[in-house]
Design a protein around this ligand. Structure first.
Ligand SMILES: *Cc1c(COP(=O)(O)O)cnc(C)c1O
Length: 387
């Protein structure tokens, strides 16, 4: 068995030699030649009901199947240690498909561990896809279960406070109800939730998997029990990832382990530097011992990652800092090659209920691949210039 670093480079690249190519081909076809009405019809029916493309059959139509997307899916499944993965146009399209699949089982109640990504929180709270929701803490999961609970959902590290949640603990508390883990912040390099009892692992591939801030996508890695339902929903609702971003996201997987480790090493330095700065009240980073009381780094998660958050003395000060950075970009999103800073309460977590919204003096930083001393210097000058 190859190591994960080698798999990241090679997964999803099978058959290239036979094709006489070295780079993964991008298949842009929206439709595919049909051998006959009968065989085309069978292929259509098989894929529209959630089946995978059968070797030698027509792929019929891009909304059902695309070879470039399938290569990316294979790469993610290999890295997440699941059997299969299903890719969507965005992370939110992926979460929507999961909710539709859960509601379709007749169990429409979701137990959601807060904090979650603001968009996920809002989608769940709005109920637009027919779900009910109870927001709770990891300790409250068991008590929140109802006979019609069809899903438990958590995010770790959580967004934006970087709290770590014990996946195996919540899986046990869920008492057989399937657990979805949003693994966007950790990436499969640092954490493989399937090994800890998750039924489904979700990524906004827009973030670390792509890693360059130039392609959107979402993906759910799971066993066939779920991927079949998700492909069926994807086929009928049309949320499939398209070939160009699929190519870019797949290419991103090859450098994922190297990027994640380099960004993590820098984040640790940035966190320590900020923690020692007089105008910073508190730093949230799982690599600081006080931020990992359950000691999940080294067991559940192999390292603390490259996202951190920090609090300054007032909301007014926090709001001025993103406008004062130089090399760093003031922007939402995360997990890319360059460092980004944003104000969660005002932006990503704006739609979250006021009592669950992050503190207004909190800023979130996604540490990129720049020299960590340049990142620290930029943050420090911005913090000091706006005091
Ligand atoms: C960005 C993000 C999402 C949503 O993904 P999109 O690709 O933006 O739709 C979901 N979960 C987390 C943790 C995210 O950071």
């Amino acid at each position: 068995m190859l190591s994960q670093d080698s798999l990241a480079v090679h997964a999803g690249r099978n058959g290239l030699t036979e094709l006489g190519v070295h780079a993964v081909p991008i298949d842009l076809s929206t439709t595919a030649p049909l051998p006959s009405v009968h065989d085309g019809g069978l292929a259509y029916e098989h894929m529209a009901t959630g089946g995978t493309h059968r070797e030698g059959q027509s792929t019929v139509y891009q909304r059902l199947w695309n070879p470039t997307v399938a290569r990316f899916e294979e790469g993610v499944a290999v890295l997440e240690d699941t059997t299969e993965a299903v890719a969507f146009a965005t992370g939110m399209a992926a979460l929507s498909a999961v909710l539709l699949a859960v509601v379709a089982t007749g169990k429409k109640h979701v137990v959601a561990v807060r904090p979650l990504y603001g968009g996920s929180d809002y989608l769940l709270a709005s109920g637009v896809l027919g779900n009910d929701v109870t927001f709770t803490t990891p300790a409250g999961v068991h008590a929140a279960l109802r006979p019609d609970t069809g899903l438990v959902i958590l995010e770790t590290p959580a967004n934006p406070s970087l709290e770590l949640v014990d996946i195996a603990g919540v899986a046990a508390a869920a008492d057989g109800v399937p657990l979805l883990v949003d693994n966007t912040f950790a990436s499969p390099v640092l954490q493989r939730p399937f090994r800890h009892g998750a039924a489904m692992v979700l990524h906004s591939a827009t973030k670390f998997l792509g890693g360059h801030g130039d392609a959107m996508g979402g993906v759910v890695a799971a066993a066939p029990e779920w991927t079949t339902r998700l492909r069926q929903i994807r086929a009928v609702t049309g949320g499939i990832l398209t070939p160009w971003p699929a190519y870019l996201l797949h290419r991103g997987l090859a450098t994922l382990p190297v990027r994640v480790r380099a960004q993590q090493a820098s984040a640790q330095k940035v966190a320590v530097a900020l923690a020692g700065h007089g105008l910073v009240l508190r730093v949230y980073y799982p690599g600081l011992p006080e931020c990992d009381p359950q000691r999940l780094i080294g067991t559940q998660m192999s390292g603390p990652g490259s996202l951190l958050a920090f609090e300054v003395g007032s909301a007014e000060h926090a709001e001025r800092i993103p406008a004062a950075v130089g090399m760093i970009t003031h922007a939402v999103s995360l997990g890319g090659i360059d460092t980004l800073i944003q104000h969660p309460a005002g932006l990503t977590h704006r739609p979250v209920a006021a009592d669950a919204r992050p503190h207004a003096s909190l800023l979130r930083v996604s540490v990129g691949l720049e020299d960590p001393s340049d990142i620290v210097a930029d943050l420090v000058q911005a913090i000091e210039a706006t005091r």
